[in-house]
Design a protein around this ligand. Structure first.
Ligand code: COI
Length: 366
């Protein structure tokens, strides 16, 4: 098997004793999402004078930071979410990683963090997956994968509000099963009327921790109201559907139209979102990226014009939406989810190497 060598030089410090294969196999049987971590992590330092330096692989463990480190106070932090998939022949691949490298840098510009050369990003992913390959679940084990979490934090000890002069880029890896414990059970969404996720000119298009922290109070409100997730509306008119905070939304019409909210700067440009736009268009569906109001959603479901609604993202792939609720009302989505599940299967088949990768979306890691 041929694999691309990394061009970034990593100093490698392995754990003193590798986890026994039986232990890893037992943990991978039911990994859940985001609770289990592999044995190593990648770290690369940056400072304003030297730039990026000291790329290394070290045992997974705590990051020593002073309490005054800027990330703790002003949330100068960004991250990415990706997956490594085992194919039937044992090889390991990831999906459109150059998109994540680009998005990390666009988030970095917005958060006044340094851009990371895409080769360092890709090499970091490859290096970590190679050393912790034993943690990539076997092919055929349901939808399990190795979730990869690259992130960048401001490490300088300083309370002045200004861009940090020191930064850490790191990648950790987490064997993962389904994101939602209910698997493919359709999720119910709560329309957040009290809170918004992002306003024009804000950080909505960046993948920064602050956006997710700001979504938690509305998420709690949604759960109190019997829903799984929250749908955010635009900050100005409170009419336009934006996203779920961690996932983009799609609306499928009986006449073959597919509508997804356009990227206005307040919505995260999801890699899954953009891939599904291509897959849907290739099926002859008419994809419309445009502003889409909450009334269109309610009316479209009530009239039967909207036949399916789904949310998508790297972690959960495609999740059907079953119910929409708001202060004073609720609406049940149509029940079939046939097209949503077929798009989901098509995407997974590409990711797991069961379907031809006709777009060149796969990137071999091992
Ligand atoms: C993803 O789908 O990768 C996400 O970013 C959602 C969440 C786990 C933060």
């Amino acid at each position: 098997m041929t694999t691309t060598p990394t061009s970034t030089a990593f100093a490698v410090t392995e754990v003193a004793e590798r986890a026994p294969v039986e232990k890893i196999a037992a943990l991978l049987e039911n990994p859940g999402f985001g609770n289990l971590f592999t044995e190593h992590m990648v770290q690369v330092d940056w400072d304003r004078g030297t730039g990026w330096h000291d790329a290394r692989v070290v045992p997974y463990g705590p990051i020593p930071l002073e309490p005054s480190a800027a990330v703790f106070h002003y949330a100068q932090e960004i991250f990415e979410g990706m997956k490594a998939y085992r194919h039937e022949d044992g090889s390991v691949w990831t999906f459109r990683p150059e998109r994540n490298a680009e998005r990390l840098n666009s988030s970095a510009r917005r958060l006044a963090l340094p851009e990371l050369p895409p080769t360092v990003f890709l090499d970091s992913i490859r290096e970590l997956v190679r050393i912790d390959e034993a943690w990539v679940p076997e092919y055929g084990s349901g939808e399990t994968s190795l979730y990869l979490r690259p992130f960048m934090i401001a490490t300088e000890e300083a309370l002045g509000v200004r861009p940090s002069n020191r930064v850490l880029f790191s990648v950790i890896a987490s064997p993962a099963g389904a994101y939602f414990a209910g698997g493919l059970t359709p999720v119910s969404l709560w329309v957040s009327e009290q809170y918004v996720r992002a306003a024009a000119g804000g950080t909505g298009a960046a993948k920064c921790g602050g956006n997710y922290a700001a979504s938690l109070a509305s998420q709690a409100e949604g759960i109190e109201n019997g829903c799984d997730q929250v749908v955010f509306l635009d900050a100005q008119e409170h009419r336009y559907v934006e996203e779920l905070g961690g996932m983009n939304l799609f609306f499928l019409y009986a006449d073959g139209r597919v509508v997804t909210p356009e990227l206005t700067g307040t919505i995260l440009p999801g890699v899954t979102r953009s891939s599904l736009i291509e897959l849907a268009a290739e099926r002859g569906l008419q994809v419309e990226e445009r502003r889409f109001t909450i009334d269109e959603w309610r009316d479209g479901v009530a009239s039967g014009e909207i036949t399916e609604v789904f949310a998508c993202g790297t972690a959960a792939v495609i999740t059907p939406v079953g119910r929409l609720a708001w202060n004073g009302g609720e609406l049940t989505m149509p029940g079939s989810h046939e097209l949503s599940l077929s798009l989901r299967q098509e995407l997974l088949d590409i990711q797991y190497g069961r379907a031809e990768d006709r777009h060149g979306w796969l990137y071999q890691l091992v």
